[in-house]
Design a protein around this ligand. Structure first.
Ligand code: UD1
Ligand code: CA
Length: 462
């Protein structure tokens, strides 16, 4: 079985510099999502018809898809004619889909193929019931057969009332001669002056060829993305689909409607997701976690029993039994071992923090390696950036080190196991002997009665 994907159109209604097929939908492009689904059907070839932004789209084709160019966008029927030039005929038939319908399940397309074959039909058309059919081609049917498809812009008032629509997936089992004749018969005599692929249906009926409809009960699958509003709907549909699956696997969502969930997210049972969380990319979360409210989690791994409150976690890994937040910012390549505590207003990037260590308040930790059982006092900063050389350097902190509040660790710098850093110290040199105290501040000076004397001198009573 072979597949033709028609994606040469200008995507005018999307109003973007970038072709709509290259827009992101939960961490993958619309195109990538369609191709993921189509490759699941194990076709022997996927033939793309491209035109507008052909080069940019071709660069994203990584799995051996072949390309033919439709130089002028004269309609989907014309695009199919061009697509066929890249295929040798397959008597088994071939599937035609559009490049802007990324929500099909592969099982639905497989069922369309099977039902076309079972009916001995020459064409199978996937249809669905649309809550609002505006913009879709309407199905003129007779029982299980399709007589014709009328586009919105060509439909009369009565036809516009029809709510069964053309989903935009076809299985064609026409001979090369029939295809030539059918395509040659298409005429751009319609409101859009285009060669409509959908007109093949009426032609086939006139020839006495069977055109069967395969009904998809879930309209969400057939959503075509022509506008930004439809892109938003697609985000919502994929998110809701995944949340339902996760609920059935034992995950609690306190307010699922407020959560956005990428389809690539996995979450183990008995984890609770609080309101207003956004899960992007490919994230895996263990069991018995509490995430949210108000978290942004992207492409990260989170171990079992961890709590994350009101925080951002990007491309990071967090162990089991950790506490993060509220208001923590874990930037890429943060690696927390088990039972690590990261508190409020703490930013971490490209750093490893070992078992049971704590960064509880108001810190920046960048390019650091922190061993086990360390406590980093409030307001501690790793000064990892040299503004002259532009280099970033490493801070290494040994086991059981206690860093006092408001210290600055100027990298590259190392603190041996068991060292204490007095509050307010600026550590500029390595401390390599274990269990040392490092103090780097002026000794305290007390001038007794200084305030009274000063006021008297200025003639102030209070
Ligand atoms: C199309 C169908 C409509 C169906 C709907 C489902 C036609 C005439 N209409 O309408 O019945 O209900 O999809 O989503 O087919 N394309 C080309 N070359 C062209 C024109 C279009 O490759 O010259 C491609 C587009 O890039 C797009 C696809 O064909 O991926 C469909 O075109 P689009 O303009 O989106 O058709 P719709 O109006 O959505
Ligand atoms: Ca469309």
């Amino acid at each position: 079985m072979k597949i033709i994907v028609l994606a040469a159109g200008k995507s005018t209604r999307f109003k973007s510099k970038k072709h709509k097929a290259l827009h992101e939908l939960h961490g993958k492009t619309i195109l990538e999502r369609i191709l993921d689904t189509l490759w699941e059907l194990k076709p022997t070839q996927i033939q793309m018809v491209l035109g507008h932004q052909l080069e940019q789209i071709s660069q994203e084709l990584k799995r051996g898809e072949t390309v033919t160019e439709q130089k002028e966008q004269l309609g989907a029927g014309h695009a199919l004619q061009i697509g066929l030039k890249g295929l040798t005929h397959d008597p088994d038939g071939f599937l035609v889909v559009y490049g802007d319908t990324p929500l099909f399940r592969s099982q639905t397309l497989a069922a369309l193929i099977q039902s076309t074959k079972q009916h001995g039909a020459s064409i199978g058309v996937l249809t669905a019931q649309a809550p609002n059919p505006f913009g879709y081609g309407r199905i003129i049917k007779e029982g299980e057969f399709v007589k014709s498809i009328i586009e919105e812009k060509d439909a009369n008032a009565e036809q516009r009332q029809i709510t069964e629509i053309n989903a935009g997936a076809y299985y064609l089992r026409l001979t090369p001669e029939e295809l030539d004749e059918g395509l040659a018969n298409l005429k751009p005599q319609n409101s859009q002056k285009e060669y409509y692929l959908t007109d093949l249906v009426e032609w086939a009926n006139q020839k006495g060829l069977k055109v069967v409809r395969h009904f998809c009960p879930d309209f969400d699958e057939v959503l075509g993305i022509n506008t930004r509003a439809e892109l938003a709907q697609a985000y919502q549909i994929l998110s809701e689909r995944r949340i339902k699956e996760l609920q059935s696997e034992g995950v609690t969502f306190i307010n699922p409607a407020s959560t956005t969930m990428s389809p690539q997210t996995t979450i183990a049972a008995d984890t609770v997701i609080y309101p207003n969380c956004y899960f992007a990319g490919q994230t895996s979360i263990g069991s018995d976690c509490q995430i949210g409210p108000n978290c942004y989690i992207e492409s990260s791994m989170i171990g079992a029993g961890t709590t994350i409150r009101q925080s951002q976690v990007v491309k990071s890994s967090i162990g089991q039994g950790c506490w993060v937040g509220p208001f923590a910012n874990l930037r890429p390549d943060t690696k927390l071992s088990d039972e690590v505590h990261i508190g409020d207003f703490v930013e971490i990037k490209n750093s490893k923090i070992a078992f049971r260590s704590k960064v509880p308040h108001l810190s920046y930790i960048g390019d650091a390696q922190i061993a086990e059982d360390v406590n980093i006092g409030a307001g501690t900063i790793t000064a990892n950036y040299n503004a002259i050389s532009g280099e970033k350097s490493l801070t290494q902190i040994g086991r059981e080190v206690k860093v006092g509040s408001n210290s600055v660790l100027v990298a590259p710098v190392q603190l041996a196991d068991g060292c204490f850093v007095a509050a307010g110290t600026v550590v500029t040199e390595d401390v390599l002997s274990e269990n040392s105290l490092v103090v780097g501040r002026f000794p305290q000076e007390v001038k007794q009665d200084w305030v009274t004397q000063k006021k008297k001198k200025l003639g102030k009573k209070k």
